[in-house]
Design a protein around this ligand. Structure first.
Ligand SMILES: [Zn+2]
Length: 309
């Protein structure tokens, strides 16, 4: 999944089309293509993982989901979700979600929440975090309402860098640590941007997809953690767990279970009611259908891939 810095790179790459008229719009996105044709691109913008095409009065919001991609001045051998041709070239978007946003983008987005934005407000991020004391830090970092643009790689690297255990609770972090978390979420995102541009991002990873800790030489723990259930890599020796004794015991069980390669224990005692209802509804098989849903297959396949990696 592209993280915020990757969207900034896209924005920079298409900057030459800013101010140009769209001479042809096509693709299988549910967008009125006739409405796009002839429009001038006011600006390309981004908010976190959203790539925004400002068309003056309305905008296109592109989210690349897990497997989205784009090409400039070339095509893949399949139908794009959206292809925009300009007098000097074309932009093609694949496997992404595209939505029309009516009205002014400044009314739709709070730019202060985007870690890559000049308007980024670290104090506001600290305030939002203080309002969610029970959240696991691994979930809080992925919360786009707090850190728009932070994805899983940035999460793993930031927590390793500031030596905070991913199962720590936000409210248990000392104030200085909380500020460090916020500061590094932005700092690492900009380093990510520079490394990605130089094609050296992977070689700078210290935790993400790594096997051992550079600091102590111990094996890194890898597990799907938190409500977000995303791949997490961390050093159980160097990354300190900030939590109450009961929460620490639960975290230790989760980690022990992950180390054995077994099923992870739930990190929260009770899921919210709406969530469990929604999940129960989704899992109901249709008539004549196998009881395991495609989502369950996908999760299982993903776990197997993860163990194999
Ligand atoms: Zn270590």
């Amino acid at each position: 999944m592209p993280e915020g810095p990757t969207i900034v790179i896209l924005r920079e790459q298409v900057e030459r089309f800013a101010g140009c008229r769209i001479i042809r719009a096509e693709g299988n996105a549910r967008v009125d293509m006739a409405r796009l044709t002839g429009r001038r691109v006011e600006a390309f913008r981004s908010w976190g993982k959203h790539f925004l095409i400002d068309l003056h009065g309305f905008a296109l919001r592109v989210h690349f989901l897990m497997f989205g991609s784009y090409t400039i001045d070339e095509r893949k051998p399949r139908e794009p979700r959206l292809s925009l041709a300009f007098p000097t070239g074309e932009l093609n978007l694949y496997s992404c979600a595209i939505r029309v946003i009516e009205g002014d983008l400044d009314a739709a987005y709070d730019w202060r929440g985007d870690v890559m934005s000049d308007a980024w407000d670290a104090r506001a991020a600290c305030r939002k975090l203080r309002a969610m004391p029970d959240r696991l830090v691994c979930d809080a970092l992925l919360d786009q309402e707090v850190f728009a643009g932070v994805g899983n790689i940035i999460k793993n690297e930031v927590l390793y860098r500031i030596r905070v255990h991913p199962l720590s609770r936000v409210g248990a972090l000392p104030p200085a640590k909380l500020r460090e978390l916020v500061k590094q979420a932005r700092q690492y995102s900009f380093e990510f941007l520079e490394w990605k541009k130089q094609f050296v991002l992977r070689q700078h990873w210290l935790a993400h997809n790594k096997g051992t800790c550079d600091g102590c030489g111990r094996k890194l723990v890898r597990a799907y953690l938190g409500e977000t259930d995303r791949r997490t890599f961390f050093c159980a020796h160097d990354q300190r767990l900030y939590a109450t004794p009961a929460q620490a015991r639960a975290a230790a069980r989760t980690v022990a279970s992950a180390r054995k390669g077994g099923r992870r224990l739930p990190t929260r005692a009770e899921p919210p009611l709406e969530r469990s209802t929604e999940r129960a509804t989704r899992r109901l098989p249709r008539r004549g259908q196998a009881t395991r849903t495609p989502a369950a297959h996908k999760t299982k396949a993903r776990r197997q891939r993860f163990r194999a990696s």
